[in-house]
Design a binder for this molecule. Structure first.
Ligand code: HEC
Ligand code: HEC
Length: 306
């Protein structure tokens, strides 16, 4: 398959490559035939730095030999490997093919290791030091860029080491989250709430749910408006894992803390996505990294070896 948008660019690359090699051949041939007229003392007549002269000796044979070899190698390489536009080369080699073969080889080599853990419940895998090491490496390579190398997350990216779950913290739910990904959607709610003052009141009611500092008069006024939110966040803001709606009464804030952050959430809503990993990781790898993640928030269970 070619990445060129049309034939022209493929041909252009091929012609430029071949012309460059031809240029080298011509250069070599010309210099071998024609010598710059030498002066009596066999210098070219160029003088630098007062007395530095350039002798007009022919190229050493070993050097010419290497030059010829380079040209032959270049042509041979272009015949065998892809390099001339979209010509695939005689060997049909592709970097993607090589990568896939390596992945297949590694998967095969690791199969017995994974097979051992496939039969164990996640809780037990999480307790196994070798499995934890594999899980940690998978986490560092695939998850740490978003969730942090200590899995504690950051703004917008949930902390995976606590007991506060958006979508559920059982082994099954964690595996489901990693395999299929998750989308957390909160629509902009300002219109449903009312005036900017109403929005501010609801925000203070939300702060009151977890005992954060708030204006209690505003919180009282905002309480009735929270019915629009309770549809997702539950009565009292305890959250709803089926919808991925966070618990608003636990002082854990995914999108920032305080009145301004909550007002921003109500006005703009949020679309937050955990990308599905099923195309990138095998089922066995997902189970391994899920066990590692489960273990992070169940330290006591992991520490007490059976
Ligand atoms: C591109 C960034 C990104 C990557 C990579 C990523 N995640 Fe996530 N993950 C997120 C976001 C964002 C959320 C929150 C989704 C939401 O708001 O509903 C999330 C949510 C989760 C949750 C659910 C947390 C909860 O409270 O229910 C788990 C578990 C999880 N990720 C594990 C992983 C694992 C394991 C990996 C690596 C295989 C991974 N994630 C890779 C961004 C990412
Ligand atoms: C349709 C369902 C839905 C409704 C209605 C809804 N929310 Fe949300 N809300 C969510 C979801 C889902 C998230 C998590 C977004 C994510 O995954 O990042 C969220 C996140 C939040 C957060 C951020 C929590 C944190 O930990 O940072 C706040 C605050 C919030 N909502 C307040 C409200 C308020 C106040 C209302 C009512 C005015 C409301 N929500 C109505 C679904 C909803």
């Amino acid at each position: 398959m070619s990445d060129f948008i049309n034939r022209f660019w493929s041909d252009y690359v091929a012609v430029v490559s071949l012309l460059s090699i031809l240029g080298c051949v011509i250069l070599l041939w010309l210099t071998a035939r024609k010598r710059v007229a030498a002066s009596a003392d066999n210098t070219t007549g160029h003088v630098w730095d007062e007395d530095l002269r350039e002798a007009n000796n022919p190229l050493p044979m070993w050097w010419v030999g290497l030059f010829v070899l380079t040209i032959v190698f270049g042509l041979g390489y272009l015949a065998v490997f892809p390099g001339l536009g979209s010509f695939r080369g005689q060997s049909d080699w592709t970097s993607r093919g090589e990568y896939e073969a390596e992945v297949a080889r590694a998967t095969q080599e690791l199969a017995p290791v994974y097979a051992k853990y496939a039969a164990m419940p996640v809780e037990e895998v999480a307790r196994d030091p070798q499995a934890r090491a594999i899980g940690e490496r998978l986490f560092m390579g695939n998850c740490a860029q978003c969730h942090g190398s200590d899995a504690r997350g950051s703004k917008g990216f949930p902390n995976l080491t606590d007991k506060d779950w958006l979508h559920g913290g059982t082994p099954e739910k964690i595996i489901e989250t990693i395999t299929k990904g998750r989308v957390g959607v909160m629509p902009p709610m300002a219109a449903a709430v009312g005036s900017p003052d109403d929005v501010k009141n609801v925000a203070n009611y939300v702060l009151s749910l977890s005992g954060e500092p708030h204006d209690s008069v505003r919180a009282g006024l905002g309480k009735s408006k929270f019915t629009a939110c309770a549809a997702c966040h539950g009565i009292g803001g305890v959250g709803n894992q089926a919808l991925g709606a966070p618990n608003l009464s636990d002082r854990i804030w995914l999108h920032g803390y305080g009145e301004a952050a909550i007002i921003q959430m109500i006005n703009s809503g949020k679309h937050n996505e955990m990308p599905a990993q099923e195309g990138r990781l095998t089922e066995a790898q997902i189970r391994m990294v899920a066990s590692y993640v489960w273990g992070l928030s169940n330290n006591s269970a992991v520490a007490s070896t059976p």
